[in-house]
Design a protein around this ligand. Structure first.
Ligand SMILES: Cc1cc2nc3c(=O)[nH]c(=O)nc-3n(C[C@H](O)[C@H](O)[C@H](O)COP(=O)(O)O)c2cc1C
Length: 172
């Protein structure tokens, strides 16, 4: 897919077709897209935990208030970052988007889960206390007919003239 179309057509997918396994090479392409992200001072303050075990996915789905989709994912990527690095949160957001776009380019859908009960999530995965686990992303081929992956123009977004200004702040 053309890069711009991949970006514009990316939608959250929360229901996955588990009859279609994701091969190891594809999974590696996705994590490689995360690894290659830029970061502040090239600190690369992130780690990615690949989760395929169904019991672990189910346990993780209970660590966020809207994380149910993790239970039905083909795999999940937990994004762990080190808060002692400057801008670790922003940097790990970039890796998340890169991995979601790389997956979508292969036809694989994804959705972010916010981990509201972070200590519970860290306990499930054995993440050290000083590190942060704010988001886990579910991945899988979309379950046909179960979600609207609508065309780009239909996406509900603020109009450009509401969010773009020229030269300096010009909103009241
Ligand atoms: C930081 C962040 C946290 C999110 N957390 C959740 C979540 O906990 N559960 C969920 O179902 N979706 C979550 N989402 C997905 C958003 O709800 C979704 O991206 C937004 O509604 C726009 O829909 P779209 O991705 O289909 O365009 C999150 C997205 C972001 C960027």
């Amino acid at each position: 897919m053309d890069t711009y179309q991949t970006i514009l057509s990316l939608r959250s997918v929360r229901q996955f077709d588990l009859s279609r396994p994701i091969d190891e090479a594809t999974l590696q392409r996705i994590v490689q897209a995360g690894r290659m992200s830029g970061s502040s001072k090239d600190s690369q303050p992130w780690w990615f935990i690949v989760v395929t075990d169904r019991a672990t996915l189910a346990a993780l789905s209970r660590t966020g208030d809207y994380a149910q989709h993790l239970a039905g994912a083909a795999f999940a990527l937990a994004i762990v970052f080190d808060p002692k690095f400057y801008r670790g949160e922003f940097d790990s957001g970039r890796t998340a988007q890169n991995m979601m776009l790389a997956a979508w380019n292969e036809g694989i859908g994804s959705c972010i889960a916010s981990i509201h009960h972070e200590d519970d999530g860290k306990a499930v995965l054995g993440v050290p206390g000083e590190l942060r686990l704010q988001h886990i992303i579910s991945f899988g081929y979309p379950l046909p007919g179960k979600q609207s992956i609508s065309a780009a123009p239909k996406r509900a977004r603020k109009p450009l003239d509401e969010i773009v200004m020229k030269e300096r702040w010009s909103k009241r």
